[in-house]
Design a protein around this ligand. Structure first.
Ligand SMILES: *[C@@H]1O[C@H](CO)[C@@H](O)[C@H](O)[C@H]1NC(C)=O
Ligand SMILES: *[C@@H]1O[C@H](CO)[C@@H](O)[C@H](O)[C@H]1NC(C)=O
Ligand SMILES: *[C@@H]1O[C@H](CO)[C@@H](O)[C@H](O)[C@H]1NC(C)=O
Length: 373
C-alpha cells in the first residue's frame, strides 16, 4: 500500500441517558480484588437501572471457548494480552459496552481467543506506571460492527465499569519484578476500540498517579489523547517507555493547564487546546505476528450465541457466523493505524452527534479519516 492512511477518531461517551443520576455506592474502581480471591461476579449492586453484570469473573478451562462470557482480562506481555470486545457477532460498542467480554491472545485465561489475523498492527509499551497497547484491527473478527467505537473503562457512567464488573490483571508491572506467576489487579484502566483500531492503558495501582494516567473522563478524545502512540499497521513491537503526562494535562510556555471536555455529551467539544504527543519510547523489539498469535490460528470469530448462553466448554470456535461477508468493508480501512498525535485535533461534533443514538446506551463516535496518498 502506498502512502499512509491516518485515522483519527473521537469517541463520544458511552453514557447512559437513562437515570444518569445513579451512581454505585460500591464502585468497581474502589474494589481491591486479589488474583486468588476473584468472585464469580465482582459486581455487587443489584439496583443499578443499567442492569447487572452479564458475564463472570471466574474463568477457567471450562469457560475457554469462543462463547466465553469471561470478564476478567490480562495485560501481560506482547504475546499475552487481551482486549474487550462484544460477545455477539456484528455488534456495536455502543450497544454492548456494558457486556463486552475478554478476548485474549493466549490460551490459559478462560476467555475467547483473538483470532489470528484480527490484529493487524500492535505496539505494546511498558512504562514505570502502566502498560499501553495500541494498534489496528480487523474488527469483524472481534464481533465489532460499525464505524463508531467507544470507550471501555473501570469507571462507567454509574461506576460499575464498562463492561460492568470487568476485572483487569497484569503479571508485568514494573513493581512486579518480572514474576510471571504473580498477578496484580489494575483498578484504573481505559480502552478505546472501534473504526478498526484500538488502544488501551492499564495502570499499576502502586505506580505514580494511576487515576490520572488512566483517566476515564476523556471519552471523546479517543486514542490520540488518551493513549498517544506510534503504532503502525503491519508492525508488531514491544517497547519500554516513559510515563505520559496525565491525560488532559498540557504545558504551554511553562504553564501547566488541564483541559476538560464539556460535561454534556451533546455539547460540541470545540477546539482542544493542545496536541498530545506520544511519550518517548525505547528498546523496541519487533515480532512477526505469527509469533504472537499462535493460539489464534484456526480460531474464527464466534458462534453467535446470545448473552444469556451459559458456558458449555464445547465450543471450538469453529462455527463462526460472524466473520464472513465483512472482508470488503473492513479491508477498506484496514490500513488505518491509531494516530501519532500529529493528526488534526478532533474536529467538532458537527452533524454526527445525532448519529448512532440507540436505545439505552448512547455511544456516538465521531471520526475523521484522513487518507493521504
Ligand atoms: C469455572 O468457571 C465457571 C464460570 O465462572 C465456574 O462456574 C466454575 O465453578 C469454575 N470451575 C472451577 C473448577 O473452578
Ligand atoms: C450486521 O448488522 C447490520 C445492522 O443490524 C446488518 O444490516 C448487517 O447485515 C449485519 N451484517 C452481518 C454480516 O451480519
Ligand atoms: C514471562 O512471560 C513472557 C511471555 O509472555 C516471557 O517472554 C518472559 O520471558 C517470561 N518471564 C520470565 C521471567 O519467565
Amino acid at each position: 500500500m502506498s502512502g499512509s492512511t491516518l485515522l483519527s477518531f473521537t469517541l463520544l461517551a458511552a453514557s447512559t441517558l437513562v437515570r444518569a443520576d445513579y451512581f454505585s455506592t460500591d464502585p468497581l474502581v474502589g474494589k481491591v480484588v486479589p488474583f486468588n480471591a476473584i468472585p464469580y461476579q465482582v459486581m455487587t449492586d443489584t439496583d443499578d437501572p443499567r442492569g447487572f453484570q452479564t458475564g463472570y469473573n471466574i474463568c477457567n478451562s471450562t469457560t475457554e471457548n469462543q462463547n466465553s462470557l469471561c470478564q476478567t482480562m490480562f495485560m501481560n506481555h506482547i504475546d499475552d494480552f487481551c482486549l474487550w470486545a462484544p460477545a455477539p457477532p456484528n455488534s456495536t460498542i455502543a450497544d454492548t459496552e456494558g457486556d463486552v467480554v475478554a478476548w485474549c491472545s493466549k490460551k490459559g485465561h478462560g476467555t475467547r481467543i483473538i483470532p489470528d489475523g484480527a490484529i493487524t498492527g500492535l505496539q505494546f509499551i511498558q512504562t514505570p506506571s502502566y502498560i499501553q497497547v495500541a494498534g489496528s484491527l480487523n474488527q469483524a473478527l472481534l464481533n465489532i460492527a460499525g464505524e463508531f467505537g467507544g470507550e471501555l473503562d473501570s469507571g462507567g457512567q454509574d461506576g460499575e465499569g464498562n463492561p460492568m464488573g470487568g476485572l483487569v490483571y497484569s503479571n508485568s508491572f514494573k513493581s512486579n519484578n518480572g514474576n510471571n506467576a504473580s498477578f496484580q489487579q489494575a483498578q484504573h484502566w481505559s480502552f478505546f476500540i472501534g473504526a478498526n483500531s484500538f488502544c488501551g492503558k492499564v495502570c499499576d495501582s502502586t505506580g505514580s498517579n494511576p487515576q490520572g494516567l488512566c483517566q476515564n473522563i476523556y471519552d471523546r478524545l479517543g486514542c490520540d489523547y488518551n493513549a498517544p502512540n506510534t503504532a503502525q499497521p503491519g508492525v508488531f513491537e514491544a517497547c519500554l517507555g516513559d510515563d505520559m503526562t496525565p491525560v488532559g494535562t498540557y504545558v504551554v510556555d511553562g504553564q501547566t493547564s488541564v483541559f476538560h471536555q464539556p460535561a454534556a455529551e451533546t455539547d460540541p467539544i470545540g477546539v482542544v487546546p493542545y496536541t498530545a504527543t506520544p511519550a518517548p519510547i525505547s528498546s523496541c523489539t519487533t515480532f512477526a505476528s505469527a509469533a504472537i498469535f499462535t493460539d489464534g490460528v484456526g480460531i474464527t470469530a464466534a458462534s453467535g450465541n446470545s448473552l444469556s448462553a451459559t458456558p458449555t466448554g464445547s465450543g471450538s470456535g469453529s462455527s463462526a457466523t460472524g466473520s464472513s461477508g465483512t472482508g470488503a468493508k473492513t479491508s477498506a480501512k484496514s490500513g488505518a493505524g491509531t494516530g501519532t498525535g500529529s493528526s488534526a485535533a478532533p474536529t467538532g461534533t458537527g452533524g454526527a452527534a445525532a448519529m448512532g443514538v440507540s436505545a439505552g446506551a448512547v455511544a456516538v463516535a465521531l471520526f475523521a479519516m484522513l487518507a493521504q496518498n
